[in-house]
Design a protein around this ligand. Structure first.
Ligand SMILES: Nc1ncnc2c1ncn2[C@@H]1O[C@H](COP(=O)(O)OP(=O)(O)OP(=O)(O)O)[C@@H](O)[C@H]1O
Length: 331
């Protein structure tokens, strides 16, 4: 059963439609990311789920409870929605210790002192910060601060955790590490989570499902591999940076039916001496365990992975795994 069901949700600011008939289901224990460019409406949708903004039309059902039912005039107050929040800037109270930051919302909810102490220990252990309980936030690294913020969100056992770009303030290494940790924790504790980001890498690391949003619409919904392997159109392919977008004639020889453009994933190109496509190396970067080569193919820049070191200007021949190639009508 869905933990959260968003049905026919719409919102306008003045005469501008910001969300247009959004329908989404989030399963219990799963992680959904709303991914899209600036202005597509993702933050507005998150704020409506949180109860910080009102929808014009539609329903949001969380388990047995209606958060929002515009037709019936239902708008559950924020504090009754049992939500946890994790923001990109951590939102910690600087003058309070780590333990007090986590305890504060429980004190506000009038939880018994003994139960608060037990719960604070539990959640700080879950995020591996128990030995930092007495420190002030300023003594912690960015990753540790974000883990305090996650512990605080978990403390009141929320039904749903809302994230707003939780990894965006961290450097690249830490982003991967904390992202994996959030994912593991969400699975271990069976958390239902919704995240908002414009960063496709963050969406890939964290999500079971990604809702790719464009102009207030859910443009494509699916697991990360579904979206990145099969973007619904060229706009999605470009936004997701899913591979090389090239004229069909460049890759296939002749245009294929009505398709004028093709998406060739970087891994679908292979260097081979007898291959049909001739290109020239422009640059070569060693990333992770292979070279990421930028080459010029028929006047188009393409990116290719290889384990060989290639020199700038070196001619290469490329074979294409046609099974991985997707065709699109040019936009
Ligand atoms: N309170 C408001 N009043 C009027 N317009 C608003 C309001 N809040 C947001 N908007 C507009 O709604 C549109 C969508 O905003 P929203 O913040 O939801 O987009 P977003 O996809 O989250 O973008 P970003 O990543 O830049 O935050 C934008 O054009 C924004 O200017």
């Amino acid at each position: 059963m869905s933990q959260l069901s968003i049905q026919h949700l719409s919102k306008a600011f003045g005469h501008t439609a910001i969300l247009r008939d959004i329908n989404l289901e989030v399963e219990q224990g799963s992680f959904l990311t709303l991914l899209g460019p600036s202005g597509c409406g993702k933050t507005t949708l998150l704020r409506i789920i949180a109860g910080l903004e009102q929808a014009d039309q539609g329903r949001i059902q969380a388990g047995e409870r209606a958060f929002v039912d515009c037709a019936a005039g239902v708008e559950l107050p924020v504090q009754q929605r049992r939500l946890g929040f994790v923001f990109q800037d951590y939102g910690l109270w600087p003058h309070m210790s780590v333990a007090d930051n986590v305890a504060f919302p429980l004190q506000m909810a009038r939880v018994r002192r003994h139960d608060i102490a037990v719960r604070v220990r539990e959640v700080l252990t879950a995020v591996r910060l128990q030995q930092h309980a007495d420190k002030l936030p300023e003594k912690l690294s960015g990753g540790q601060k974000q883990r305090v913020s996650i512990a605080r969100a978990l403390a009141a056992k929320p039904g749903l955790i809302l994230f707003d770009e939780p990894l965006s303030n961290l450097d690249a290494n830490l982003r991967e590490e904390l992202g994996q940790e959030i994912r593991l924790l969400s699975k271990q504790l069976g958390l239902t989570c919704i995240n908002v980001t414009h960063d496709r890498r963050e969406a890939q690391i964290l999500s079971d499902q990604i809702a790719l949003m464009k102009d207030g619409l859910c443009h494509q919904l699916g697991a990360p591999e579904q979206l990145f392997r099969a973007p619904v159109d060229l706009w999605a392919a470009r936004f997701l940076d899913a591979g090389n977008i090239l004229p069909a004639a460049t890759v296939m020889g002749e245009p294929q039916g009505t398709a004028q453009q093709v998406l060739v994933p970087r891994g679908a190109f292979r260097l081979a001496e007898d291959a049909p496509l001739q290109a020239a190396v422009i640059s070569s970067l060693y990333i992770e365990d292979r070279y990421e080569v930028t080459a010029s193919l028929d006047g188009h820049l393409v990116k290719v992975f290889t384990h060989q070191l290639l020199q700038q200007g070196q001619p290469i021949r490329l074979a294409v795994d046609h099974q991985q190639v997707l065709s699109y009508t040019a936009d």
